[in-house]
Design a protein around this ligand. Structure first.
Ligand code: ZN
Length: 176
């Protein structure tokens, strides 16, 4: 237990003249504790999106009513309230906006493995009407609005299936 102590604090009473009812509890110990939780999570109606990523294909959904294409996919059009249909996209697009992250939120092993600073971009994919926020593997200095990008697929195991893909800068002269 002693190896886990990260710091000890002595919290003193401000008014030293008054009797201190908490005198026996003034020493505060802070420890570092690792917490791990495993649970089953259903990817539900968007499961096909992740299954296709495993096959190296990028899928969105399109509303039969208004024709709007959602990437990330939505099973239901929020405007028409109609179920959508799956549709493959080429996986090319352009950065609309981005953020440079100087620390990793560390929400899972995939994210913890990233070396900051890294780029998180909102990409408008060709054929889509919504922005797709995800990791752009490019130097922060290269990130700009209008940067052509393409979906790339991870090799090897990932902690969360969204990390089966990421974005890479693309030479617009080279069509996929
Ligand atoms: Zn619609």
């Amino acid at each position: 237990m002693t190896q886990r102590v990260s710091s000890q604090l002595e919290i003193f009473q401000q008014d030293a003249a008054a009797p201190d009812p908490w005198a026996a509890f003034r020493q505060v110990e802070r420890i570092t504790v690792e917490l791990t939780q495993r649970y089953k999570y259903s990817l539900g109606k968007v499961s096909r999106f992740f299954l296709e990523l495993e096959r190296g294909r990028f899928f969105a959904t399109t509303c039969g009513g208004c024709g709007k294409t959602f990437a990330p996919p939505r099973p239901l059009c929020p405007r028409c309230l109609q179920p959508t249909k799956w549709r493959q996209l080429p996986g090319t697009g352009m950065v609309e906006t981005w953020s440079t992250l100087h620390f990793s939120p560390g929400s899972n092993a995939d994210v913890r493995a990233l070396t900051p600073p890294y780029v998180f971009a909102y990409v408008l994919l060709d054929g889509a009407d919504t922005l797709f926020p995800h990791l752009l593997k490019a130097p922060p200095a290269q990130a700009r609005r209008g940067l052509p990008v393409q979906v790339a697929y991870s090799e090897g195991a990932v902690s969360h299936p969204i990390h089966l893909m990421y974005f890479l800068p693309r030479d617009p002269k080279e069509e996929p």
